[in-house]
Design a protein around this ligand. Structure first.
Ligand code: TYM
Length: 329
């Protein structure tokens, strides 16, 4: 049997954070040896809300540097920028025409995000169809994502199924793969909210390129509860402590029991926060260093992205040709 194929994507705008790393990037890196990996920097998705053009142009490069610094190897992974592969936008239109409006209106991310905008761009609604195009152009077996993206991958399956039933078997149905630990890292200032790029304000997220002192400060200020018990519990008041323990567990790769054993001698939440911050700093410092080095040679990053786009285009163009043929073009 050949290698399983994997495709996933990440938005380049805002700073990449610990949630992106633990929920997604780390698993993409781990899968590189025994899977055929495609990782897409989704700049076309970013413009569903206004982006400053110059900042957007820089953001793809910065994201590429961070992903490579996290361990994505452009030799073993086809790492590319979405807007460099024209087939994504074209396939998006074709798939839009087989997607019922009601399916898009039901997406929780659309409901959340559209509520926060004064003017809701149509792109915010059709965003998951572009995501379906990203995925279906490559026939992946697996789509490794954090929990928040599960609904979009399920919608992709629905769109694929609908297309197959209208036009004949064309798409393989991809499986969402959600990590067992840290599938939903919560904000450190508010453990009821998912850690996200759009929630700005200090104390919320830990950026992958933040300095050690800032990371420690964010953890020290993180919201917990008024008790002292260090336990994995689903009680709402324990959400902050659980989030810290999950972060520690994901980074160290330890079992729940071993994590609790590590904290058996902790004197309250102060100790907990300091030790979690320590493992995070240790994991992120080399990533930050390496990404800064890579950014010193933008021409080399551009070259790597051009190679990735070339490899990705070969797959995407062939699939797009089939889709068009099936639809009668
Ligand atoms: P994005 O850019 O918001 O996030 C990239 C990846 O990080 C995961 N993630 C998290 N995991 C755990 N805890 C968190 N707090 C957290 N925040 C983010 C996300 O689940 C995701 O896996 N629509 C996608 C990008 C996309 C895509 C695709 C993904 C476009 N096309 C095709 C897969 C396949 C997004 O906005 O991810």
């Amino acid at each position: 049997m050949g290698k399983k194929r994997v495709l996933s994507g990440i938005q380049p705008t805002g700073s990449l954070h610990l949630g992106n790393y633990l929920g997604a990037i780390k698993h993409w890196v781990e899968g590189q040896d025994d899977k055929e990996n495609f990782i897409c920097i989704v700049d076309l998705h970013a413009i569903t809300v206004y982006q400053d053009p110059e900042a957007l142009r820089q953001s793809a490069r910065r994201t590429a540097a961070l992903l490579i610094a996290c361990g994505i190897d452009p030799q073993r992974t086809t790492l590319f920028v979405q807007s460099h592969v024209r087939a994504h936008a074209e396939a998006c239109w074709l798939l839009t025409c087989v997607t019922p409006l009601g399916w898009l209106e039901r997406m929780t991310q659309f409901k959340d995000k559209s509520g926060k905008q004064e003017t809701v761009g149509a792109g915010l609604l059709t965003y998951p169809v572009l995501q379906a195009a990203d995925i279906l152009l490559y026939d992946p077996d697996e789509v490794p994502v954090g929990e928040d993206q599960k609904q979009h991958v399920e919608l992709t399956r629905d769109i694929a199924q609908r297309f197959n039933s209208l036009y004949g078997e064309t798409f393989k149905l991809p499986e969402p793969v959600i990590p067992k630990v840290a599938a939903r890292v919560m904000g450190l200032d508010d453990p009821t909210q998912k850690m996200s790029k759009s929630a700005t304000g200090s104390g919320h997220a830990v950026g992958l390129d933040e300095d050690d002192a800032q990371i420690v400060k964010t953890f020290k200020r993180s919201v917990t509860d008024s008790g002292r018990e260090i336990v994995f519990s689903d009680k709402p008041e324990k959400a902050g402590v659980k989030n810290l323990l999950e972060i520690y567990r994901a980074i160290t790769g330890k079992s729940q029991a071993d994590v609790l054993a590590d904290f058996a001698d902790a004197r309250g939440y102060g100790d907990l926060k300091t030790r979690v911050a320590e493992v995070v700093v240790e994991a992120l410092a080399p990533i930050r260093g390496r990404s800064r080095e890579l950014l010193e040679d933008p021409a080399e990053l551009d070259r790597l992205m051009a190679v990735g786009a070339d490899r990705a285009s070969k797959h995407a163009e062939a699939k797009l040709a089939l889709i068009k043929e099936r639809m009668g073009f």
